[in-house]
Design a protein around this ligand. Structure first.
Ligand SMILES: Cc1ncc(COP(=O)(O)O)c(C=O)c1O
Length: 464
């Protein structure tokens, strides 16, 4: 149902266009929709039109919109103790959420450093790793190994860890101690390989890189368990375990970036151990940590690494990194309430069950025209369109296939995330099976309409 608002939509968008710089600001060429309201899995634009939020804000709004308990917890904390310097004081939610997280993280990852989002959580992880090796008197261990198609954020350091195409290469990055392996994307594996051969191929590349750089020069490997913004790349079975074993054989620390996969996207608080069977040295998370209600990031560090520093330095060491808003009481109260609701309402069980249906519906679109690959785990998925299903030839980027499909979906009441010729989904994890059906029903029509449009324009032969 539409809603009635009194917004001056045109005026607001004119102000926005004249003065605001959105992420990936494209110098006046951007057009944004004004969102004015929300409820459950739905958002409403300034004209009152209703959309299914197919991307959970951006992999974030796990509990959906307008959750009264979240609003109340946030308001209560604002009233009682809105802020104090985390350098000098502790607050109840900061202490409580840390103790709670220690019961949810795998292994001995029981130390938590808080920041304002995923990028800063990853910055903290890398800075901690460098600091750790310096304290251990192994200062040559500096290289961070990352991968093509990775996304780890947008601070100077986090951006340098990314391997996803599409950045303007006139932006500066750290280059001297960051090295990229290839993407573990089974859809784009070398021709003629099966998945197990592909895994061997990836591990050989990893081992060769360690030999070339020297294990003594490598500090850590950073990896999303599933590469989210790179197009929901699900590595071949056993990949995460094989990487962890290789890292530990060579005393390379393993940072698992669970900014997207944490807090329910895969039906568990953390996917590293519960889905992929690994206990990394460090896990970073954000987004779903507060269900997007307020910014917060967390870097979970193993007790062993923490204790090693104390043992080596005799308690003189200081991890001299922190933010004004590290462990902000309001964010911590939101995180605590978020976890409480997730546990009480068995949101993880719901996500696991709905995730199976979500994947079935996504895969049912595989036979549609142009659809080369459908992939995902739990409540995250991607549909990749190609010019030829046989050769997997990509469409010309200028055809903007993803954006065309997105436009048609929006006309029918669904927001998804277009990326080149891919469409990405990550709805609020409270979504029901019926709502999943609504979402993919709209998607199916939009793909067929886009295929017809391309044929009409003579931009695609419509056959392969
Ligand atoms: C896997 C991953 N890591 C890190 C980030 C960066 O998080 P933020 O935008 O909160 O800094 C993102 C954001 O999408 C992400 O997907």
């Amino acid at each position: 149902m539409r809603r009635n608002f009194n917004f001056d939509v045109e005026g607001l968008l004119a102000q926005d266009k004249a003065h605001a710089m959105h992420p990936w600001h494209s110098f006046g060429r951007d057009d944004h929709t004004l969102l004015a309201d929300s409820e459950g899995i739905y958002v409403f634009d300034g004209e009152g039109n209703k959309y299914i939020d197919g991307i959970g804000g951006m992999w974030a709004v796990q509990l959906g919109y307008g959750n009264e308990e979240m609003a109340q917890a946030i308001a209560d904390q604002v009233r009682s103790m809105v802020y104090y310097s985390p350098w000098s004081m502790a607050t109840p939610p900061h202490a409580q959420v840390s103790a709670k997280l220690a019961t949810l993280t795998p292994g001995d990852l029981n130390r938590f450093f808080y920041s304002t989002g995923g990028s800063t959580a990853n910055d903290a992880a890398v800075r901690f790793v460098h600091y750790y090796w310096n304290v251990m008197e192994r200062p040559s261990k500096k290289y961070i190994i990352t991968r093509a198609d990775a996304y780890h954020g947008s601070t100077f350091l986090a951006d340098s860890l990314c391997g996803k195409p599409g950045n303007d290469n006139r932006m500066e990055r750290v280059t001297e101690w960051i090295t990229h392996l290839s993407s573990p994307n089974p859809y784009r594996k070398p021709e003629g390989m099966n998945d197990s051969e592909f895994l061997d191929h990836l591990m050989k590349e990893f081992e060769d890189r360690i030999k070339t750089l020297g294990a003594d020069n490598i500090a850590a490997f950073i990896a999303e368990p599933v590469l989210a913004s790179g197009g929901v790349v699900v590595p071949p079975e056993g990949y995460q375990k094989a990487c962890l074993e290789l890292c530990h054989k060579h005393e390379i620390l393993y940072i698992s970036d669970e900014v997207v996969t944490g807090f329910g996207r895969m039906g568990h608080f953390f996917a590293s151990e519960d889905v992929f069977g690994i206990i990394p040295d460090i896990i970073t998370s954000a987004k779903g940590f507060t269900s997007g209600y307020i910014p917060a990031g967390v870097t979970a560090i193993s007790e062993k690494l923490h204790q090693d520093i104390i043992d080596k330095s005799g308690e003189t060491a200081t991890f001299s990194m922190g933010f004004t808003y590290s462990g902000h009481p309001v964010a911590m109260a939101a995180a605590l309430k978020n976890i409480e609701i997730m546990e009480r309402d068995d949101i993880m069980g719901h996500a696991r069950k709905t995730g199976v249906h979500f994947q079935e519906r996504l895969n049912s679109l595989a036979d549609l025209p142009m659809v080369g690959d459908t992939r995902g785990v739990g409540l995250m998925g991607c549909l990749e369109c190609v010019e030829s299903k046989t050769t997997k030839k990509s469409f010309d980027e200028n055809l903007k296939i993803g954006s065309r499909i997105d436009k048609k979906c929006q006309d029918k009441g669904l927001i998804l995330r277009p990326m080149w010729s891919m469409c990405v989904f990550s709805p609020p994890i409270i979504i029901t099976e019926d709502q999943v059906d609504d979402m993919f029903g709209i998607m199916e029509t939009a793909i067929k309409d886009t295929a017809d449009e391309l044929i009409r324009e003579g931009a695609w032969n419509g056959k392969d």
